[in-house]
Design a protein around this ligand. Structure first.
Ligand code: ZN
Ligand code: ZN
Length: 200
């Protein structure tokens, strides 16, 4: 990839972890002998969590593989690691992690001094951002990634359904697996009183 790749426009700013994710996705496709998928055959389990700033990597992974969040082809495992499992039923699974040495080397770039001061990537001088992104472009896969084959990896997904009903309280459509019965009424999750912490 280069600075003109549409992934930067999609992602929104110049940063090193989006292109790292893109490279990670491309490496996984080569290893598994598959191409970027427009539909539903590539599954990604990102080991990232919340509250650490490398998660831009997941946008690069989605761009490279077509395994997008909207299609529910990428999930976060919340393990707090800069790694992901890329899986294609029939072709197998690989786990790719960004090497400690590479993360340490990258963290010394000026870009991260700005980030640690709370400056958003789009506000960092472009030449500073370009330097660290160029370093990613110049790195070899061997320098950046640790790759492990996962021969026994298996995962089966929830079966999709279009069936939906109307919540007796708020009147909005809700898909059937999320319907609840409360006091004899058919209700959605919100109207059932269930509380979900969006940060977890
Ligand atoms: Zn980013
Ligand atoms: Zn409702």
């Amino acid at each position: 990839m280069d600075f003109n790749h549409w992934a930067f426009e999609f992602h929104g700013h110049l940063c090193p972890f989006m292109p790292i994710g893109n490279r990670m996705g491309e490496l996984a496709l080569r290893e598994l002998g598959i191409k970027r998928d427009p539909d539903h055959s590539i599954f990604i389990y990102s080991e990232m969590g919340v509250g650490h700033p490398q998660t831009c990597m997941m946008d690069g992974l989605q761009v490279a593989t077509g395994a997008t969040y909207g299609k529910l082809m990428i999930e976060r495992l919340n393990w707090g690691k800069v790694a992901a499992i890329i899986y294609h039923p029939g072709k197998g699974a690989v786990r790719i992690a960004v090497k400690n040495e590479f993360q340490t080397m990258l963290s010394k770039y000026e870009f991260f001094e700005y980030r640690k001061r709370g400056i958003e990537p789009s506000q960092i001088p472009e030449d500073v951002s370009r330097k660290v992104v160029q370093r990613v472009f110049d790195a070899s896969d061997e320098e950046m990634f640790k790759l492990t084959r996962l021969p026994d990896f298996k995962y089966s997904r929830v079966k999709g359904s279009f069936a939906k009903e109307i919540c007796d309280v708020c009147g909005e459509f809700v898909f059937e697996r999320y319907m609840r019965i409360k006091d004899g009424q058919t209700v959605c999750m919100q109207c059932s009183g269930y509380e979900q912490n969006p940060g977890s």
